[in-house]
Ligand binder design. Structure first.
Ligand code: GLA
Length: 380
C-alpha cells in the first residue's frame, strides 16, 4: 500500500483520494448457469486487486498498473466508447463508462492499479479490477449504490465496453463475498445466503490448480454455449432453465436438437447440483459435497464441453489420489481446477499433479490454496 501511494505520487504528481480493493473468486459449484437465472456457489479469495484513485480537473482518464510497463494510458472522457482502447484498460474504463450518468462530474481520474489476483488463471482478475473501480467510485461520489446494483454496473462495463457476454457471478461475489462463507447467489434477483465453508478445522483444504493454459476460442465458445441454452428456453417456451425440473426437461428431449439439448441439460442439472451442494454443506456432509462437485466437472467435460486435457488431468489425478471432489472452474478451456482434499495430502497431491502434467507434456501447473474472504472494501 505505501508502495502504491508512492508510485501514484511519482506517476501523477498527487496523492490518491482513496484506495479500494476487490477480490477474485473460485466457484465451488454452479458453472455456466449465472446467465441462465441460475444458482451459483462461489467464494471470494484472499487475492485482491487494489486501485488508488484521484479526481482530476482535466476531463481525462490516466491509468497505470504496477504489473504493466511504466506506460500511462490516457483517454479523454468524451472519447469513452465501447470496444475501444487497449485491451486491459477496457475493464476499469468500462466501469467508469457504465457509471457515467451517476457521476455528475466534469473532470477526469488518475488511477493506479495493483493486481494481485493471478492473471489468466480463471480466478476472475477482471471482475476484481472492475469491482475495485466500482467500489472506489461509489465511495468517492457518495453514491450509496447497493451491492447488487454495483455488481450489475461492473457486469455492464464488461458486457458492453469490453464485449464479453459474462454473467453476474464474478462481480457479485467480488462485491458481496464474506470471510468464512461461500456465497449462494440467486442470479435471478441477486439475493444471497452466506453458507459457512470453514474447512480448516475439519482438516480439509481447497487446492486450486492453475493449468497455466488458456486455449483459443474461449470467448466465442462461451457465447455460443450461452446461445444454445437461450435457444432451449425459447423452444421450450419457458422463462428460464431454472423453471423446469430435470425430469420434465428430459421428457421434452425430442423438442430440441442434440447440441441444444445436451448443453441445456448441463444447465438444468447444474442448478440442481448447487442446491444439493448447499444442502450437503449445511448437513456437514463433505463427502457428498465432493461427489457433487465432481459430477459438475463430468457434466462440464462431457455435456457442456468446456474442459480441456490439462483440466481433466488435474481433476483425474486429484481424484485418483483420494480427493473428496474435484472440478474445473470458471469459463473453461484452461484456467484453474479445484480439488477438495485432506490438508495432509496437499504436498503429495501437488507433486502427483505436477508429474502427471510433465508426463503428458503440459507446461507446469501452479498451485494455490484459498479460504473464503471478504468482498470489496475501501482500504483508506
Ligand atoms: C466466466 C463468467 C461468469 C460465469 C463463468 C462460468 O467466469 O465471467 O459470468 O459465466 O464464466 O460459470
Amino acid at each position: 500500500m505505501p508502495e502504491l501511494k508512492a508510485r501514484f505520487a511519482e506517476l501523477f504528481g498527487s496523492t490518491p483520494e482513496l484506495v479500494a480493493q476487490a477480490p477474485g473468486r473460485v466457484n465451488l459449484v454452479g458453472e455456466h448457469v449465472d446467465f441462465l437465472d441460475g444458482f451459483v456457489l462461489p467464494f471470494a479469495i484472499e487475492d485482491v486487486t487494489t486501485v488508488a484513485i484521484a479526481r482530476t480537473v482535466q476531463p481525462t482518464i490516466r491509468i497505470a498498473s504496477l504489473q504493466q510497463t511504466d506506460e500511462i494510458f490516457v483517454v479523454q472522457m468524451k472519447d469513452l466508447a465501447p470496444m475501444t482502447g487497449e485491451a486491459w484498460t477496457r475493464y476499469p474504463i468500462g466501469v467508469i463508462w457504465a457509471m457515467r450518468d451517476s457521476l455528475d462530474f466534469r473532470g477526469g481520474f488518475d488511477i493506479l492499479i495493483d493486481g494481485k489476483v493471478p492473471l489468466g488463471a480463471g480466478l476472475s482478475s477482471s471482475a476484481a479490477l472492475e469491482c475495485a473501480i466500482a467500489t472506489a467510485l461509489n465511495h468517492l461520489f457518495n453514491l450509496n449504490i447497493s451491492e447488487p446494483v454495483l455488481a450489475r454496473i461492473a457486469q455492464k462495463g464488461e458486457n458492453v465496453y469490453v464485449g464479453m457476454p459474462c454473467g453476474i457471478m464474478d462481480q457479485s461475489v467480488s462485491i458481496m463475498g464474506r470471510k468464512g462463507s461461500a456465497l449462494l447467489l440467486d442470479c435471478r434477483d441477486l439475493s444471497t445466503e452466506h453458507i459457512p465453508f470453514n474447512i480448516s478445522p475439519l482438516g480439509l483444504e481447497l487446492l486450486v490448480i492453475d493449468t497455466q493454459v488458456h486455449h483459443a476460442l474461449v470467448d466465442g465458445g462461451y457465447a455460443e454455449r450461452r446461445a444454445s441454452c437461450e435457444k432451449a428456453v425459447a423452444v421450450l417456451g419457458i422463462t428460464s432453465l431454472r423453471d423446469i425440473s430435470v425430469a420434465d426437461f428430459v421428457a421434452r428431449k425430442s423438442e430440441l436438437d442434440e447440441t441444444t439439448y445436451i448443453r441445456a441439460f448441463h444447465g438444468v442439472t447444474e442448478m440442481k447440483r448447487v442446491l444439493d451442494g448447499v444442502a450437503a454443506l449445511k448437513a456437514g456432509d463433505y463427502k457428498e459435497f465432493g461427489q457433487i462437485i465432481t459430477a459438475s466437472h463430468i457434466s462440464l467435460r462431457d455435456n457442456y464441453t468446456v474442459s480441456c486435457p490439462e483440466l481433466n488431468v488435474a481433476v483425474d489425478t486429484a481424484l485418483s489420489l483420494g480427493a473428496l471432489g474435484s472440478r474445473m472452474i470458471g469459463g473453461g478451456y484452461g484456467g484453474s481446477a479445484i480439488a477438495l482434499i485432506r490438508a495432509d495430502q496437499t504436498e503429495n497431491m501437488k507433486k502427483a499433479i505436477a508429474s502427471a502434467f510433465a508426463a503428458a507434456g503440459f507446461i507446469s501447473p501452479r498451485f494455490f490454496t484459498s479460504l473464503p474472504s471478504d468482498g470489496a472494501q475501501i482500504v483508506k
